[in-house]
Design a protein around this ligand. Structure first.
Ligand code: PLP
Length: 469
């Protein structure tokens, strides 16, 4: 005999109890982050297997489900913790979690302005703040995406639409070989063949070389190709390199190319003292990828694309149909007119709420601290004979390797990484730069402070000395 199913609309008392259970669970996790290991994958595969299961016919109590989630969260990279210095951290400002709860529970539709005018305005305002922070003019518009990859996709589609029209396969785009791979992935998704992609070798500080860019454009023109786009890095993933935007803009203007800045990692450093000078030229770019889930420390799932001439977004993405005629508005564009998405979450709230709650100054302070910590870490390693540091930090990333004969540096590098990570205070990721193995530290989480960066430096020095002895 089957039991009465748990109703999809529970009684208020039950909803309250479940909300409290979730709040207790989350608070216990967040408030102990400082004491948690930087990663823990012991037994993770067994745990993973336990989640391969059929969909249940009967529901289970929330307490039992949270009890299963707890270990699943623990057995992972601790991407929210202070020791996470791998890839590009962010941390996950808690206010965004509160925003998500409000957004999902109220479940309003914000893709068209008329369906929730004030909420759509909250998103539009949050995007306007981003445009203003990057120095873009009044006619700029933007969209909120799931992250930098989708922002790159819409940027390339917009540039393609504006510069090439419908027949675009011999269009050609330029970027340094340090550019994030989401750019080439996006280009392929946008319909470009590999022959359209020109990855240029960078200078000694891993930046795109404007002269090489210009030569490549001229060469391609002479071969009958149609150069249309340059993607400039404002903080590469490998080393945090910033391409020389003013010079790139000059070359691009001369040849009629669209300039897209991939500022997914680096863009928000414009908020730190001296950031305007550091990122000079970003305000002149045609489009900008920004990731609030990186440089504004928000939880994963929030990117942005800003476009200098906002109407270009509408030309590239606009479509319509009779069944949306009730909400189609003369002269006003909802986000669905500017982006590939129609139904989606009210993601603007996860940007608006933290900025309103904490104010911009809290973010400026954090970003300044990250720059200073990376500088400190760089000086520490540079002064140690065990290390070769690949570049002075342009932002908050330091890439380095063991100072040893090539073969030894290659073979001991991964072991150094393994040993440092095994202490579980910090978590570092590696890469290859110029074909050589390199470790890197990216200081970006709002939870990472001096103590953790000191621990990283000390662990590296101790383990490097032992390995090289
Ligand atoms: C410079 C840069 N651009 C783009 C991306 C892609 O962003 P996302 O992972 O949000 O799609 C990343 C991710 O780390 C990045 O570092």
């Amino acid at each position: 005999m089957s039991r009465t199913p748990r109703p999809l609309e529970p009684e208020p008392a039950q909803l309250e109890a479940e909300t409290r259970a979730v709040a207790d669970f989350v608070l216990e996790h967040v408030c102990t982050l400082d004491r948690q290991p930087s990663f823990d994958l012991d037994g993770a595969e067994t745990l993973r297997a336990s989640f391969r299961e059929p969909v249940p016919e009967e529901g289970r109590p929330i307490e039992a489900l949270l009890a299963r989630l707890g270990p699943a969260i623990a057995k992972s990279y601790n991407t929210a913790g202070p020791g996470y210095l791998a890839y590009i951290p962010g941390g996950g400002v808690y206010a965004s979690a509160l925003a998500d709860l409000v957004a999902a529970a109220t479940n309003r539709y914000v893709g068209v302005t008329g369906a929730a005018p004030a909420l759509a305005q909250i998103e539009e305002t949050a995007v306007r703040w981003l445009c203003t922070l990057m120095g873009l003019p009044a006619g700029s518009r933007g969209i909120l995406t799931s992250g930098g990859s989708l922002s790159s996709f819409s940027a390339i589609v917009t540039a393609r639409h504006e510069r090439l029209g419908e027949d675009f396969t011999n269009g050609t785009m330029y970027f340094s070989d340090q550019t994030h791979y989401c750019v080439t992935k996006s280009a392929r998704l946008a319909g470009f063949p590999r022959a359209s992609l020109r990855a240029l070798p960078p200078d000694a500080r891993y930046r795109l070389v404007p002269r090489a860019l210009e030569e490549a454009i001229r060469e391609d023109r002479a071969r009958g190709r149609r150069p249309f786009l340059v993607v400039a890095n404002v903080g590469t993933t490998n080393t945090g390199a910033i391409d020389p935007l003013p010079e790139i803009l000059q070359v691009a203007r001369e040849h009629g190319l669209w300039v897209h800045a991939d500022a997914a990692y680096g863009g928000f450093f414009r908020l730190a003292p001296g950031g305007g000078a550091l990122l000079r030229g970003i305000e002149e770019c045609d489009s900008i990828t920004l990731d609030p889930h990186k440089g504004l420390f928000l939880p994963y799932g929030l990117g942005a694309l800003l476009v200098r001439d906002g109407s270009a977004l509408a030309r590239a993405h606009g479509e319509s149909a009779s069944y949306v005629q009730d909400v189609a508005e003369e002269g006003s564009l909802g986000s669905a007119d500017l982006s590939p998405e129609l139904s989606r979450d009210f993601r603007g709230l996860r940007l608006w709420l933290p900025l309103m709650l904490h104010g911009l100054s809290a973010f400026r302070e954090q970003l300044a601290e990250k720059l200073a910590l990376a500088r400190w870490f760089y000086e520490e390693l540079r002064a140690d004979p065990s290390f070769e540091v690949l570049d002075e930090p342009q932002l908050s990333i330091v890439a380095f390797r063991l100072r040893a004969p090539e073969a030894k540096a290659e073979s001991l590098g991964p072991e150094l990484q393994r040993r440092v990570n095994a202490r579980r205070r910090v978590f570092l990721s590696s890469t290859r730069i110029g074909g050589r193995y390199a470790l890197r530290v990216c200081v970006l989480s709002f939870r990472t402070h001096e103590d953790r960066v000191r621990d990283a430096a000390q662990a590296l020095k101790d383990e490097a000395r032992a390995l090289l002895a």
